[in-house]
Design a protein around this ligand. Sequence first.
Ligand SMILES: NC(=O)c1ccc[n+]([C@@H]2O[C@H](COP(=O)([O-])OP(=O)(O)OC[C@H]3O[C@@H](n4cnc5c(N)ncnc54)[C@H](O)[C@@H]3O)[C@@H](O)[C@H]2O)c1
Ligand SMILES: [Zn+2]
Length: 670
Amino acid sequence: MASLQSMEQLIAEINKYNYHYYTLDTPLVSDKEYDSMYDQLVQLEQETGIILPESPTQRVGGEILKGFEPHRHLASLWSLDKAQNMEQLRNWHTRAIKLVKDYNSKNPDNLLPELCYAVELKFDGLTLNLTYSNGQLVQAATRGNGVTGEGILAQVKTIKSVPLTIPYTEGTIEVQGEGIMNLSVLSQYNERAAEPLKNARNAAAGALRNLNPKTTAERRLSAFFYNVGYSDAVVFKDHREMMGFLNDNRFKVNPFIAYYDNFDDVTEELAKIVERRPSLDYLIDGAVIKIVDMRTREALGYTDKFPRWAVAYKFEAEETTTVLESVSWEVGRTGKITPVARVEAVELAGVTVQNCTLNNIGDIERKNLKHALGARVFIRRSNEVIPEILGKVTEDHDGEEIIFPTNCPSCGFPLEQKGAHLFCNNRLACKPQLIGRITHFASRDAMDIDTFSVMTAELLYSELGVREPADLYTLAFDDLVKLDRFGEKKANNLLAALEKSKERDLASFLFALGISNTGKATTRMLADHYRDLNLVMAATVDELVVLPDVGGIVAESIVNFFADPLMRDGIDRMLALGIQAKAPETPRVVSTDSFFSGKTVVLTGTLHQLTRDEAAARLEALGAKVTGSVSAKTDLVVAGEKAGSKLAKAQKLGIQVIEDEDEFIRLLEN
Ligand SMILES: NC(=O)c1ccc[n+]([C@@H]2O[C@H](COP(=O)([O-])OP(=O)(O)OC[C@H]3O[C@@H](n4cnc5c(N)ncnc54)[C@H](O)[C@@H]3O)[C@@H](O)[C@H]2O)c1
Ligand SMILES: [Zn+2]
């Protein structure tokens, strides 16, 4: 029988994946791929009515690792039934209602209450089961196979938020939760680590199941608790009471827990959690819906694997695996060379992914990807960012080497390595650098030359020999009209836009020059401080480093830029051709007593009552510094509608956020 054979194959595969995931903490496939195989098996078992003895659908979790003392749980630990979509969730709900009805018809004198639901986050980490006897933490264990787990008391004790003693001293209890690694902790760890960790779940699981508790401690784990699985004295009427007990006994419980007695409200809450997901500082792979009343839980009971009174609603996966096919090297406007990976097309979080970032050559080495061409890699996509390659699936040397270029892929000039990056120093004649510089010069926040695009820059480069921004101001109508896709109208428009740009202020002009490591906020500050282009050009490193938010690297970038004869020459030509680059007549009056004074503010998302530029201007007039990216230096983030990764990062870093636009306007006007 064909399906029997498929079942045998699936079982062998899944059991192999389980071993790598649960026992070795180094998965070979993504959860997305695993879940789809598992679902196939479940479906075949349903269709055939046959369940083979080794089937993973009949058991919880994985093997016990040698080296750990086994711990027999006082009450079994369960897996969770799961719903991948609304239809499956509604099916679960219908079944629950039916079971309650059946019970009630058999027990007319002891009716179960109306259904009420708790909605919790489904943390993606390692299950923990803690045993407290007379108020003392005496054991901690993994889930193992649900009956017996691995004793990891010494490891769990390194988690600072786990209480070693609790106020409740009446008897023995077992408390379940999830050991996790916060995403901010993971990224800090990875900044320093020789070998970065690929994923927070495996980092947490691997640390907790490490025989050396010192290693566990280094990972700075955390944990959330969500269940009292066993108790010999205390009983709870419902989930609320149980959560209250956990809270009173100083367990860390998740603040995002919501209770509903209407199932439609549950589905609305799920949508909210999906939205909240990118802003959380830990991984979740779904939400868990639990029936609140304990008597109902008892009545509904358990299957071999999971309780019938709870279900996990799984979210769309953010990680998968694919094959790294090739790496190409792109040249940026500063000459920096960026590796871009092409991968075998794969569906991830609703889009087809084909390109991934690789950052720089240092990252390729750190992530152990040097020999990964043609090999399977993990990729991750969160928010709207381009997916990132996390690392190779196996440690084997089963891929071809990624050869780092020694010469510029565009102009052939020998490359120079600075830190983790490669640079092409051929600023005079490396085409992508020139195109990038000209396009940046014309962009909206720079000289704001209307309708100018990369395509315009390419055309002017190849047809009219435009090599640097200054050349733009020598363009003549007669030359422009002859160009492909240019007519009289377009030629005139471009000339008018160029003419208008000559009046752009000093700050915009400085930004347009594209000095490395120098963004909008810095060029604005330079313009306000010096109020004269010549003075900026003559500034020394010593003078610059004392200015607000200018460090050594920025100061040096500025000085080096203006010391470059090529750049000076370009600026002189532009001034001769009519560029004014003037500071505003009167110095900007900057207030010092507003809510925003002295704060570094990031604007993100869509505002409705004013544009982002207007908001930035008003903030600056109130003495705030407006920057583009969120970092530890940010004091405040103003998040409009559809705010994405910047809001997420702010929440991660614990930075104050204003999400209410009316509130923001009120503060501006105060
Ligand atoms: N990539 C792989 O190779 C691989 C292999 C095996 C399993 N997996 C992943 O693991 C899943 C199945 O694993 P499972 O049985 O360990 O877990 P599960 O997804 O079935 O969920 C049960 C677990 O959820 C956790 N949980 C988190 N928050 C909770 C909350 N608020 N309330 C209750 N429980 C909560 C508990 O630790 C519990 O043990 C698969 O669907 C797959 O995504 C992946
Ligand atoms: Zn080059």
